[in-house]
Design a protein around this ligand. Structure first.
Ligand SMILES: [Zn+2]
Ligand SMILES: [Zn+2]
Length: 394
């Protein structure tokens, strides 16, 4: 049976996959600077004899064709960039690039996808269909490598009927995976706001236009966008984490600077909310004698897991791992640039459990102590190979 064969191959290559993961972990590179990572991935594809093309700066797309006749195409995606974090783990494979760390598990995604390519390459005489391996740069930084790869045609010639991606999740035990059909992750926009007034002595408010008081009103009023205008059935979040007035006990400043984030899961509402927030903040500042620059930097769209594809893929995962190892995920208001694939193609983004409480592997992604239970790599390489084969109709 093909499933048993894949599981055996995943075990056989497990140590190599771990070695690749550790190499990438030791040599992390920031978004849009993944030159050595790309060279490493390319050299591994060369060893396998799998053809690839460079794309979107440091991205690569590799293509493997099964030898049985079929015109089906599936794309598998792994992201490759790291974060500006100083690693605090004292492990033999600690980052050797000071201040840069694979703290989001993209080393796992890349090494796992290479492992999946190796497995599928070994059994190519036994399946039909084409697998595209998307090694994507710059997930962590706008405008996102996914949008660039799509713009350069990664989803054309041939066009995949499904795009499948995975992401590590330290909330789930190693050995398990999680799925959610439908809307899964949020769109994320950054807000940069300057409220302008007229500063002066704190004892003479009648001669000033106090931007601090205007800001207080704006901050409170904007919450109505979420509580009164948003459809309660669809989630929205508005948070301001930075408010700088920079006056003193007796000094009213000229302006107040704010930074915040707006997240939701509906593109129409997202556009409408942008207009409402801007109008409300500007109108309120004006009515109080000041002014307001309300800048919105659009981030990634929301991520939707196509219902039928996700139901199918989830079924294949249950087949491969057993029902008890496949969990339901809740919605998650963080963003991920895999969302771009999901906006233009049928896509499924699932979570790979990497937690091991006994060994103290529990830290969240984007923290200096993040690490994974590497046993998850045997599961992830084989599972993705199996999902691709089944989705191709084998
Ligand atoms: Zn991340
Ligand atoms: Zn990530």
């Amino acid at each position: 049976m093909i499933k048993n064969k894949i599981q055996e191959l995943a075990q056989q290559i497990h140590q190599d996959v771990i070695a690749n993961r550790r190499h990438l972990h030791q040599h992390p590179e920031l978004s849009f600077h993944e030159e050595n990572t790309r060279t490493f991935v390319a050299s591994k594809l060369d060893e396998l004899g799998i053809a690839y093309e460079k794309m979107a700066g440091n991205g690569l797309v590799a293509i493997l064709q099964g030898e049985k006749p079929s015109d089906q195409v599936v794309a598998l995606r792994g992201d490759m960039d790291a974060l500006p974090i100083v690693e605090a783990n004292e492990v033999p494979y600690k980052s050797q690039n000071p201040g840069v760390m694979h703290a989001c598990g993209h080393d796992v995604h890349t090494s796992s996808l290479l492992g999946t390519a190796r497995i599928l390459n070994q059994i190519k005489s036994e399946f039909g269909g084409t697998v595209k391996f998307i090694f994507q740069p710059a997930e962590e930084k706008l405008p996102g490598g996914a949008s660039l790869m799509i713009a350069e045609g990664v989803l054309e010639n041939p066009k995949p009927q499904a795009v499948i991606g995975q992401h590590v999740m330290p909330l789930i035990d190693a050995g398990k995976v999680g799925f959610r059909a439908g809307k899964y992750m949020a769109s994320t926009d950054e807000l940069y706001v300057t409220v302008k007034g007229k500063g002066g002595h704190g004892a003479q408010p009648q001669q000033n236009i106090d931007p601090v008081i205007i800001t207080a009103h704006i901050l409170t009023a904007l919450q109505q966008v979420v509580s009164r205008f948003a459809d309660p059935k669809s989630p929205s979040v508005l948070s301001f984490g930075k408010v700088i007035a920079n006056g003193a006990t007796n000094v009213i400043p000229n302006e107040v600077y704010l930074e915040g984030t707006f997240r939701t899961m509906d593109e129409n509402w997202r556009a409408e909310a942008h207009l409402k927030m801007k109008k409300m903040a500007e109108g309120m500042a004006e009515s109080m004698g000041g002014s307001c620059d309300f800048e919105i930097r659009k981030g990634y769209p929301f991520l939707i897991n196509e219902e039928k594809l996700t139901a199918r893929v989830r079924g294949f995962a249950e087949d491969y791992l057993g029902k008890e190892n496949v969990l339901d995920l809740d919605i998650w208001m963080a963003a991920e640039d895999f969302a771009y694939y999901s906006q233009v193609a049928d896509a499924c983004f699932y979570r790979l459990g990497t937690r091991n409480e006994e060994r103290g592997i529990v830290s969240s992604v984007h923290t200096p102590t993040f690490d994974v239970d590497e046993s998850a790599l045997a599961l992830s390489t084989g599972l993705m190979a199996y999902l691709a084969l089944k989705e191709l109709g084998n």
